[in-house]
Design a protein around this ligand. Structure first.
Ligand SMILES: O=C(O)CCC(=O)C(=O)O
Ligand SMILES: NCCCC(=O)O
Length: 478
């Protein structure tokens, strides 16, 4: 069993010398203060999805504090979006810097009035970890917005390709677009996959297919969806079945592309479908997808909003696929706090101003935090750390699965860092498990129909806290 001394070199110990070793529970879950304040907050703000009321000032490292003073080991990290733990001292220093004060108090409209610092902030931060082959960036406000900006770039590029470079817009295009009709507002599409999650704005929601409740009552683009492979786990013991399943999905994809007859501008895909249930596909599937998109002049957008920033054991999950050519765009948000997309081809930048535009065009304060996160990841070798801890964690969970196959099945995420998930027997059992875990001091998340997912911060590396989690898992099973 790892000892506390084996943690003395962990980033967590360096950042948070006072971080507790175990969860600290002083009330039952939810505690009375949480319940009381949630009720009163509920009078003015929708709290129907709220699990607890949190005290972020008292949260530390891997521990989330609630209104009652309970400290939960947090392996969900604000839906996968806290990179370096709560109240990380390196990020607090950045927050107190004159640069940050400037970025917040004098927030620029970046498209019109970028600051003299903006290029450096991007080059030293976000762009320094850009995926291979993608050396340009567009910044946005959130994951949905990042995906929609990428979709717009794809549509504008599609029409540029059809119309020809430097061709003028026709009068018919200019007039019809003001009526939301063709040819100015063309009947083009983004193809997404079954069970995908790409966000909740109108365009991104049309590509989200994970749960009807996300989409009900909201008008949508009639865009195509292709089947995403439903693989058997562990992947290395089901290769033949999985290959056939992936080939069947790819065949169906090609049929859809043919039916749409050059009207699909881009395919968007998550490296691991996250909200939709942590559904994996193999590198082979993505390699074939890249070839199919290239052959059909369709752009490939990889949505790394959740998988990106080291969570999968490489900085970007798609690095693990060995694609013949890079994807056309890669979107990011969550752990980076800043959002946007990377691209390489200049033609994905519209030829005219004000086409890819809004007031903020991103947020320098978030880009400063992203730069700080990049610096910490590099200095503390967090990418390999995530890979190492993920391996340990996967093996421990695998033993637990062997012991309790009726309670934990389809463990997945081997070799994918801490991006690990498994299935509970059904939705009721899954939801009970998530509550039992909270009552035992561990904040853990669900996804898909009845899956449980780990999304810890990158400095959640105290092995004994993981051990604690596993032991708790164990005791709730027995
Ligand atoms: O439900 C949401 O909007 C957050 C979605 C998400 O990224 C997730 O649950 O993984
Ligand atoms: N996609 C919803 C994530 C929040 C939750 O289920 O906890």
């Amino acid at each position: 069993m790892p000892t506390a001394s084996s943690n003395s070199h962990s980033p967590s110990a360096a950042y948070f010398p006072d971080e507790p070793e175990l969860p600290r529970l002083v009330t039952s879950f939810p505690g009375p203060a949480s319940a009381k304040y949630l009720k009163s907050l509920g009078e003015i703000f929708d709290t129907k999805a709220a699990y607890m009321l949190c005290d972020y000032q008292k949260s530390i490292g891997n521990y989330l504090c609630d209104a009652d003073g309970n400290l939960y080991l947090d392996v969900y990290a604000q839906i996968a979006s806290i990179a370096l733990g709560y109240n990380n001292p390196a990020l607090i220093e950045i927050a107190k810097s004159p640069e940050m004060i400037d970025a917040i108090v004098n927030r620029p409209a970046l498209g019109n009035f970028p600051s003299i610092q903006w290029e450096g902030i991007l080059r030293e931060g976000l762009l320094s970890v850009a995926p291979h082959g993608l050396d340009k960036i567009w910044t946005s406000l959130a994951g949905s917005d990042a995906n929609e900006a990428a979709y717009k770039a794809a549509f504008i590029y599609h029409r540029l390709r059809q119309r020809g470079k430097n061709a003028k817009f026709s009068d018919a295009e200019m007039e019809s677009t003001m009526n939301n009709s063709a040819p100015g507002s063309p009947d083009l599409a983004i193809l997404s996959f079954e069970k995908a999650f790409h966000g909740r704005l109108f365009g991104s929601l049309s590509t989200t297919r994970s749960n009807p409740i996300h989409k009900l009552d909201i008008p949508a683009f009639k865009w195509p969806k292709a089947p995403f492979p439903t693989l058997k786990y562990p992947l290395d013991q089901n290769e033949e079945y999985n290959r056939k399943e992936e080939d069947d999905c790819l065949t169906e994809l090609e049929i859809i592309i043919k039916d749409w007859d050059d009207r699909i501008s881009a395919v968007v895909v998550e490296p691991i479908q996250s909200e939709g249930g942590d559904n994996h596909a193999t590198p082979y599937f993505f390699q074939q997808l890249r070839e199919i998109t290239k052959k059909n002049n369709i752009l490939l957008i990889i949505d790394e909003v959740q998988t990106g920033v080291a969570a999968s054991g490489t900085f970007w999950a798609h690095e693990q696929w060995n694609l013949s050519t890079p994807p056309d765009m890669v979107t990011f948000s969550k752990k980076f706090q800043a959002a946007g997309f990377f691209y390489g081809n200049d033609e994905l930048r519209p030829q005219q101003p004000f086409r890819q535009f809004n007031t903020w065009c991103g947020d320098p304060s978030k880009a400063l935090i992203a730069r700080g996160i990049v610096k910490e990841i590099k200095e503390k070798n967090l990418v390999s750390q995530v890979a190492r801890v993920g391996e340990y964690l996967y093996d421990a969970l695998s033993s637990l699965q062997d012991k309790h196959p009726d309670k934990i099945s389809n463990l997945r995420g081997k070799g994918r860092g801490t991006f690990i998930a498994w299935d509970a027997p059904n939705l009721a059992a899954r939801n009970k498990f998530l509550l039992d875990m909270k009552a035992a001091g561990i904040n853990i998340g669900g996804c898909g129909l009845h899956s449980v997912r780990l999304r810890p911060s990158m400095c959640d590396f105290l092995r004994f806290t993981y051990l604690m989690m596993l032991m708790t898992l164990n005791s709730t099973f027995i």
